[in-house]
Design a binder for this molecule. Sequence first.
Ligand code: DQA
Length: 138
Amino acid sequence: MKKLIIINGPNLNLLGKREPEIYGSLTFTEYYNELVAKYSEVKIDYYQSNIEGELIDKLHEVGFSYDGIILNAAAYTHTSVGIGDAVKGIETPVVEVHISNTFSREEIRHQSYISANARGVILGFGLQSYDLAIQSFL
Ligand code: DQA
């Protein structure tokens, strides 16, 4: 069985409540349960943290044994050299995802410290971005 993990960064625990016009009204737990049911042949773990170092620790923990990492580092995407270095330093391929089309938003969101070392980037398809990232590993 393939082992994937979705790692979500800061403020994504507020999905469903936070800026629903951008991020939708579903909570991530609701969406995650849909994904787990849809891809019953895959083990899909989930981790969320608002803390940069915890995200780096999780990447180290799973980054040598899992088959794929789906990473939405949220705001840290645009600021964190440390998360970028972690993605570079692990063996498991990372697909970077974003719910919104970051290129149609403020200029600060056009920069990513992850993309250069990601296998690919999927953004702008709402929560479906995560589903497309899973498909990329199958
Ligand atoms: C986001 C986009 C980021 O710019 C933002 O800081 C987020 C969410 C997205 O999924 O669209 O928190 O990663």
